[in-house]
Design a protein around this ligand. Structure first.
Ligand code: NAD
Length: 246
């Protein structure tokens, strides 16, 4: 129960990696605010799994592209426990296409959800965590943001942007005991990767030294490590969880 009494906000907690993060942090004793876009049933399921550990868990609808909606996450968290110890910016979307076919609209949408959403939440978290003189911010980036990926110019830009934001904010908050890190998953089995064409999935699997895709729980473990109070001297880092891919 290393996180007992703490409060964590996890965006996009209704499925996949976000759900696994919520459950892992709850198993460590944290109260959880689950941000979700549209999937209220998924969020409810996450809530129930978290509560099984005897913590508080609530779901809040918050479209990450909407600044005011992001505010709601923080108001609810403060209402629940008067603190926000952990923020996990996990919500994300892809709209893949080769550059010549990518519309400006699809570029914009991916940047809005993946990057602006994280910006809105980090801004609010920074204010609260500076006041508390404690906090852990973890951004879910991607190997695409580190190494690029054909068909993902928009997504790679957003995920690389998140890394730049992580490293810069880490420097701003370091003196106040607030750490900011990123986790860069490779291929993790979730709805996002399920949607990929079979031949792309097969090709990706071949490039994983571990010989298999990762599980959401394996990405969640990395998040929980960085969220630990003892991870106090790790900041501005990007931790790859990719089965040795890069
Ligand atoms: P997922 O589709 O299961 O999860 C994405 C989550 O984001 C969902 O809960 C969804 O409801 C939420 N979301 C989407 N649009 C939103 C919006 N506008 N507002 C609020 N929430 C919104 O897929 P996942 O794989 O669990 O993805 C989680 C994160 O991990 C994403 O940021 C993704 O880019 C990143 N990631 C995933 C992989 C992978 O292989 N699965 C690899 C690298 C990075």
């Amino acid at each position: 129960m290393r996180l007992k009494g703490q409060t964590a906000i996890v965006t996009g907690g209704s499925s996949g990696i976000g759900r696994a993060v919520c459950v892992k942090l709850a198993s460590e004793g944290a109260n959880i605010v689950i941000g979700f876009g549209h999937d209220s049933e998924g969020a409810r399921e996450t809530e129930l799994r978290c509560r099984a550990y005897g913590v508080n868990a609530i779901s809040v609808q918050a479209d990450m592209a909407d600044e005011e909606a992001c505010d709601r996450l923080f108001l609810e968290a403060l209402d629940m426990n008067e603190r926000v110890d952990i923020l996990v910016n996990n919500a994300g979307i892809t709209k893949d296409n080769l550059m010549l076919r990518m519309s400006a609209e699809d570029f914009d949408k991916v940047i809005r959800v993946n990057m602006y959403g994280a910006f809105y939440c980090m801004k609010r978290a920074s204010k609260i965590m500076l006041r508390q003189r404690y906090g852990r911010i973890i951004n879910i980036s991607s190997v695409s943001g580190l190494y690029g990926n054909a068909g993902q110019v928009n997504y790679a830009a957003a995920k690389a942007g998140l890394i730049g934001m992580t490293k810069s904010l880490a420097k701003e908050l370091a003196r106040k005991n607030v750490t900011v890190n990123a986790v860069a998953p490779g291929m993790i089995e979730t709805r996002m990767t399920e949607a990929l064409p079979e031949e792309v999935k097969a090709e990706m699997k071949k490039s994983i030294p571990c010989g298999r895709p990762g599980k959401p729980e394996e990405a969640a473990f990395a998040v929980s490590m960085l969220a630990d109070p003892e991870a106090s001297y790790i900041t501005g880092q990007v931790l790859s969880v990719d089965g040795g891919m890069f």
